[in-house]
Ligand binder design. Structure first.
Ligand SMILES: N[C@@H](CCC(=O)N[C@@H](CS)C(=O)NCC(=O)O)C(=O)O
Length: 198
């Protein structure tokens, strides 16, 4: 299977980590979404990554659909069997992906608008959501051991994106959250290689 991805993308990082954890090999193809590459837009009209192309040449997106596809494909599980634990894992993933959405909105606001049109109000509104959510995570970190699930990978990818794009802007007063990536890396060795990178 082939994954259209970019190294800095938190959602791509999440999916790559999950596939590695499950032992599913992926051929990764780096794309630049800004250039609308034909292989991407012909398979995903949204032009977003990650997009997975299966061996039957079906296109699967977005990252959560890919995660659930990987869960159904693998022998090992990516989401807990217990219903309540599974809901907790899915909500954690939704929260972390939602934070990544806010972070990306800030990055795009600065990257794609002329400096005089960048809206500080838009950026502040996103930071308010991010700060509330990071405080919540700092108080409610998931139990992290050998058994990992989709929520762990979404959290690791989102924190990796924060470390890449916003170093020094989120750690203060959130010691537990700031220490979590090191704990995660002890249980998932490929983290340094697969976390979001420039
Ligand atoms: N909800 C989507 C979000 C994917 C997304 O926004 N990816 C970004 C890169 S990190 C992208 O493709 N941006 C290009 C664009 O929006 O045109 C998912 O979970 O896969």
């Amino acid at each position: 299977m082939k994954l259209l991805f970019a190294p800095a993308s938190p959602y791509s990082s999440k999916v790559r980590m999950a596939a590695r954890y499950l032992g599913i090999p992926l051929e990764v193809v780096r794309v630049n979404t800004a250039e609308n590459p034909p292989e991407l837009i012909e398979n995903n009209p949204l032009g977003k990554i990650p997009t997975l192309l299966t061996d039957k040449n079906e296109a699967i997106f977005d990252s959560r659909a890919i995660m659930h596809f990987l869960h159904r494909t693998a022998e090992k599980r990516l989401y807990p069997k217990d219903k309540d634990k599974r809901t907790d894992a899915e909500v954690l993933e939704a929260l972390c992906d939602g934070i990544s959405d806010c972070l990306l909105a800030i990055v795009y606001e600065r990257r794609f608008r002329p400096p005089e049109l960048v809206s500080q109000d838009v950026i502040d509104r996103q930071w308010a959501k991010i700060n509330r959510s990071l405080d919540h995570l700092d108080r409610n970190l998931p139990k992290t051991g050998k058994k990992l699930h989709g929520g762990h990978f979404a959290l690791a990818a989102m924190l990796g994106y924060l470390m890449l794009r916003f170093p020094g802007e989120w750690e203060k007063g959130r010691a537990a959250l700031a220490e979590w990536p090191a704990t995660f890396a002890k249980h998932f060795e490929p983290y340094p290689a697969l976390r979001p990178k420039a």
